[in-house]
Design a protein around this ligand. Structure first.
Ligand code: ADP
Length: 458
């Protein structure tokens, strides 16, 4: 017996009693009254009929006929003279026939009351009717019905009522048992599943029993397990990638440091080359660590942004300046088309510059010839930026994945070019943290275009 069963059972029992008890009482009352008044009616009519039929109180045959009639109809009769003296009876003696009763009858009015038989002490429902002959009150005719006879059918009905109430109660209890079992079984299953999930057993699923709230709870638990599972494998994969990403530069560092230590080089030029590699790998390691740190802060929602109202174009100019040398070195043209009087936006200047430096850096890094262009304009309460290049492009299948951490289209080339695979993931996070949006489109071998927009400041 579980708690839901107890609670539900208790409630239904209480409700049942609250409804059944008054209902039973009322039904009992109605039936009793009905029977009593029916019997009263009957003996009232009989007494009237008999009183009217009687012609003489002295006629023994008539009196005897009534006695027989009383026997046949299971009623008693009692005939008195005008002064109350008994003329005939069917073995009853009315113990409580009063002068008042006689008085009322002599006034021509019938009486109805409960009489007691002084011989047997049993009670009768009685009706008395005056015998009037040629306008004189001659006596009274009483017809009596034993109260037991009246009570018997009432008692029967009462038993029936109680029986059906008890039946209904058991039915309700059975129903409660089944219903609460149907309700609590899935809940118990969900409890066990949740405990399994808490223990790390993420493959458990609960049956979804119905389309109601219990069903959606089950669905929520299944979703939780699914989501946690996804998170766990994501995390596993993330750590595997990080250790791999960290191990690679470190093994380079160790390898070239050993070469230098053991003088395993031929020329001074070679020595400088090795030192360069060490320096580059160290730089990359620092970048990787910084990127990881940024990303983890963003994913935990702990990135503190110093928001202020700023001029996006100024920030963009500063980022452009940083990539200028590199692009000139590669012989690329840097084209800019920046609208005048672009409205200010609400952003963190340093982080906004990080976004542009990253995108422009990628554009220059993945472009061998042609140009990198930047466009800025204002429309629909948003400042829009397009950073476009004529580089290698991104294959269709990778387009939706480039914003994921560590996703690189061509691992070796990205590495060769000093990439960490975290840049775009950080860019997307930063853009969204500053209420902006970013999208990418590209054609393999032709170029790539990143489009950003930020809401203008109020
Ligand atoms: P990475 O440090 O490797 O550049 P990013 O997160 O910045 O990492 O970019 C993810 C991948 O997207 C890159 O490895 C590269 O393959 C691709 N990519 C990004 N920008 C461009 C671009 N402008 N042109 C072509 N490919 C790009």
């Amino acid at each position: 017996m579980n708690k839901i069963m107890l609670k539900l059972g208790g409630t239904i029992m209480t409700l049942f009693l609250m409804v059944l008890l008054p209902l039973g009482y009322a039904a009992n009352q109605i039936f009793t009254n009905f029977y009593y008044s029916q019997v009263q009616e009957e003996i009232g009519e009989l007494s009237q009929k008999y009183a009217r039929t009687i012609s003489s109180l002295e006629d023994e045959t008539v009196i005897n006929m009534f006695r027989n009639l009383a026997d046949l109809t299971n009623k008693e009769m009692y005939i008195t003279e005008a002064n109350g003296k008994v003329v005939a009876d069917s073995d009853v003696q009315l113990a409580n026939l009063t002068n008042e009763d006689i008085k009322q009858l002599s006034a021509g009015k019938p009486i109805r009351k409960e009489f007691k038989d002084s011989l047997t002490d049993s009670n009768y429902l009685g009706a008395g009717y005056p015998i009037i002959q040629s306008n004189t009150f001659e006596g009274a005719f009483f017809v009596l019905a034993p109260i037991n006879d009246v009570q018997e059918p009432v008692q029967k009905i009462r038993y029936l009522l109680i029986l059906s109430a008890v039946g209904a109660l058991f039915l309700a209890l059975g129903f409660t048992f089944l219903f609460s079992k149907k309700m609590s079984d899935p809940l118990i299953e969900m409890e066990q599943a949740s405990r399994q999930i808490a223990k790390g057993n993420l493959d458990v699923r609960v049956n979804i029993p119905s389309n109601d709230e219990v069903g959606s709870l089950g669905k929520a638990i299944n979703d939780l397990a699914l989501e946690t599972n996804r998170y766990r494998s994501n995390r596993r994969e993330f750590f595997a990638t990080i250790s791999h990403e960290l191990r690679t530069p470190v093994s380079y560092l160790k390898g070239y440091a050993q070469v230098l230590k053991q003088d395993l080089y031929q020329t001074e030029e070679e020595r400088l080359q090795y030192l360069n590699i060490i320096e580059n790998e160290t730089d990359r390691l620092v970048r990787l660590i910084n990127d990881l740190f940024d990303l983890s802060k963003m994913e935990e929602g702990k990135m503190d942004l110093q928001m202020s109202t700023i001029d996006l174009t100024e920030v963009l100019e500063s980022a452009l300046f940083k990539v200028k040398m590199e692009s000139e070195k590669k012989g690329l043209t840097l084209k800019t088309k920046i609208d005048e009087a672009v409205p200010f936006i609400e952003a963190d200047g340093t982080r906004l510059e990080q976004i542009f430096t990253n995108l422009l850096g990628n554009a220059v890094r993945y472009t061998e010839k042609g140009f990198v262009s930047v466009k800025v304009w204002n429309a629909n309460n948003n400042v829009h930026v397009i950073i476009e290049d004529t580089g290698v492009g991104i294959p269709e299948k990778d387009l939706s994945l480039v914003f994921e951490r560590f996703h690189r289209v061509e691992k070796s080339r990205s590495r060769e070019l000093g990439g960490t695979g975290l840049g775009l993931a950080i860019v997307k996070n930063l853009v969204e943290l500053q209420s902006g949006s970013i999208s990418v489109s590209s054609q393999l071998g032709k170029g790539t275009r990143f489009q950003l927009s930020f809401p203008t400041a109020e």
